[in-house]
Design a protein around this ligand. Structure first.
Ligand code: DGT
Ligand code: CA
Ligand code: CA
Ligand code: ZN
Length: 581
């Protein structure tokens, strides 16, 4: 059981207990437990398995025992019993945005709502609007949220599949009859969401490997099983396909199943032009083709591209948006890698809505090998996130200066910053005088999402015209699979960022990944720099940069396009560049 699973179970226990009217302290203990499990910086499941959890703040004995049980047995009897008192479909309700545990409890107790289908009926018939705490607005929001969910019912975010991919790949690679195993499809291409996972192995014993695959512990049910392929459902209904091929076929299958379909079609055309036919198993001569070139030997994917007179194309670029021409001309970018990151901006602490203290965040960033950490807690307008007012911000600046004195010898530095709210009219939540005291400012929209496009665009552009706004945070406000982007003219914002010298954030949280990768080529052309920002709300959140790196690679970005690939000695100049203009 992964820590995410364990945290989800604690969170669900909290909600179910709340629905049963349990004592709020008990409810809170589980909710806190979920946060601790989620954000703990060591391998908490390993510690739990070894009974080494004593002394972790906020994790009482009852929760430690439960974690131990989950880590060792993969189950929790207490949860299974509690769950049995509710219909299975109740959990669907927890994913509806705008519906908290209190509202779910009221809907359940007073209207017997225990599924999304029930909820939809209650909203459409008008009965939900009559409940206390509900109104026409709430009901409308809930219906919108249900519709959005239905549209994306079979998609998954990176954070939901990342652990599973590693787990299945590891299992396959350890199998004695498997010589190579890879993940293909949209996951390998680094898409922000995926429909299913496509695994590929090379083996001489396909049946044995297929048998092994359909019996993995993560398998919930088997959809189909044949001699060389199988499909299963894993946790949360996620479909996983496996193909077994020979090692000779492997490079062809790897390219084919990585896709995209559009990339494959263009590549196949290219093969045809040489008198070759390309499919998922081989490159073969087209029988009736006169003057076909001799097919060179192909042992891996790079040789397959080479055979077609192309440089190796990184999977993230395979969307047929110009990568083939660039590969032919030797003009592919050398894509940024995780190892290129030198530091991270836009991170929260316990001063606003983060789970780690300033010191904990700094230690964690330092341990990850970063040379700098940019703090950016919320500003006062984000009161629901405990945003800092001027006074608290000034105190935090002092704390950071003290910590920096401690770190000075280690070549590590904390940058003072703030995630300043862009108010409705495009003005900022802090005065220029206050912002001038900070090393950098991230400006973000956190409320009033429903403006017409022109007004929202004007609002954001006005904000980034301020010389103290170093970078623009999560450009469209989208939450993947949960909340759509607000209306905004992204091209116009990019243009304004270029003119004002404003950096645009690539928010690395798997929920956002915004500005979207599809826009970075344009931004790069205009000379706009990127900052890959984890927007970490815990020490573990810093590791979300892995998702940001994938999105940046998908956006054709190199280390030169990304400010936090700069070493400490150079990054400060870049933070000051806009003010110095
Ligand atoms: P998704 O929807 O997130 O699962 O996206 P993919 O790209 O993983 O799509 P999937 O799982 O349907 O198929 C995996 C790859 O197999 C796809 O990227 C390209 C290849 N493929 C699937 N169907 C076709 C097809 O009809 N023609 C070609 N040329 N390739 C295909
Ligand atoms: Ca797929
Ligand atoms: Ca598939
Ligand atoms: Zn934000």
């Amino acid at each position: 059981m992964t820590r995410e699973d364990a945290a989800t179970i604690f969170e669900r226990i909290a909600t179910l207990l709340e629905m049963q009217g349990e004592n709020p302290f008990k409810v809170r203990a589980y909710r806190t437990g979920a946060e601790i499990v989620e954000s703990f910086s060591g391998d908490i499941m390993q510690l739990a398995a070894e009974n080494q959890l004593a002394g972790i703040k906020g994790l009482g004995e009852a929760l430690r025992d439960k974690l131990h049980e989950m880590a060792t047995t993969g189950k929790l009897e207490f949860y299974d019993k509690l769950k049995a008192e509710f219909p299975d479909t109740i959990f669907e309700l927890f994913d509806v945005s705008g519906l908290g545990p209190k509202k779910i409890a009221a809907l359940h107790a007073e209207l017997g709502v225990s599924s999304i289908a029930d909820l939809k009926r209650a909203c459409e018939s008008g009965t939900a609007a009559k409940l206390s705490g509900f109104g026409a607005k709430t009901v409308e929001k809930i219906l919108e949220s249900i519709a959005f969910r239905e549209q994306h019912a079979s998609e998954f975010r990176q954070d939901q599949v990342h652990g599973l991919v590693q787990e299945i790949l590891e299992a396959l690679r350890e199998h004695p009859n498997v010589s190579q195993a890879e993940i293909c499809g949209s996951f390998r291409r680094g898409k922000e969401t995926v429909h299913d996972l496509d695994f590929l192995v090379s083996t001489r014993q396909p049946e044995k490997v297929i048998d092994f695959f359909v019996n993995l512990p993560v398998v919930v049910d088997v959809i189909a099983k044949g001699p060389t392929k199988a499909s299963i459902h894993a946790t949360h209904g996620l479909q996983c396909d496996l193909r077994a091929v020979t090692s000779k076929e492997f490079p062809f299958a790897l390219m084919y199943f990585t896709g995209s379909k559009e990339h494959n079609v263009a590549i196949r055309q290219r093969a045809l032009a040489r008198g070759w036919s390309l499919n998922e198993y081989a490159l073969t001569p087209v029988p009736e083709h006169a003057g076909a070139a001799v097919i060179p030997p192909v042992h891996d994917e790079a040789e397959l591209y080479r055979a077609l007179d192309l440089d190796f194309i990184d999977p993230e670029l395979r969307e047929n948006t110009g990568e083939i021409d660039a590969a032919e001309d030797g003009k592919l970018p050398r894509l940024v890698q995780l190892e290129n990151l030198r530091g991270v901006f836009h991170n929260h602490t316990t001063a606003s809505d983060g789970g780690g203290t300033l010191r904990e965040m700094a230690e964690a960033a330092h341990d990850l090998g970063f040379q700098y950490l940019g703090i950016a807690d919320h500003s006062k307008a984000s009161f629901q996130a405990n945003g800092l007012d001027e006074k608290r911000l000034l105190v935090q600046i002092e704390e950071i200066q003290e910590l920096n004195a401690e770190y000075a010898e280690e070549g590590f530095r904390i940058f003072t910053g703030s995630e300043v709210d862009i108010l409705k009219d495009g003005s900022l939540d802090f005065s220029d005088e206050i912002m001038a005291r900070l090393d950098y400012v991230v400006a973000s929209v956190h409320n009033v999402f429903n403006l017409p496009e022109a007004e929202m665009t004007k609002r954001i552009i006005k904000a980034i015209e301020n010389p103290h706004v170093t970078m623009l945070g999560h450009l469209t406000g989208r939450l993947l699979l949960q909340r759509p982007a607000y209306q905004v003219n992204v091209a116009a914002v990019i243009e304004a960022a270029a003119e004002t010298g404003t950096i645009i954030e690539l928010n690395a949280s798997a929920w956002r990944l915004d500005m979207d990768w599809r826009w970075w080529k344009l931004a790069k052309e205009k000379g706009v720099k990127c900052s890959i920002n984890p927007d970490a709300h815990s020490t573990r959140g810093l590791e979300d940069v892995i998702y940001g790196i994938k999105a940046a690679r998908k956006g054709w970005l190199t280390r030169k396009d990304i400010i936090n690939c700069l070493p400490l000695a150079e990054v400060e100049k870049v933070l000051q560049a806009k003010r110095a203009r």
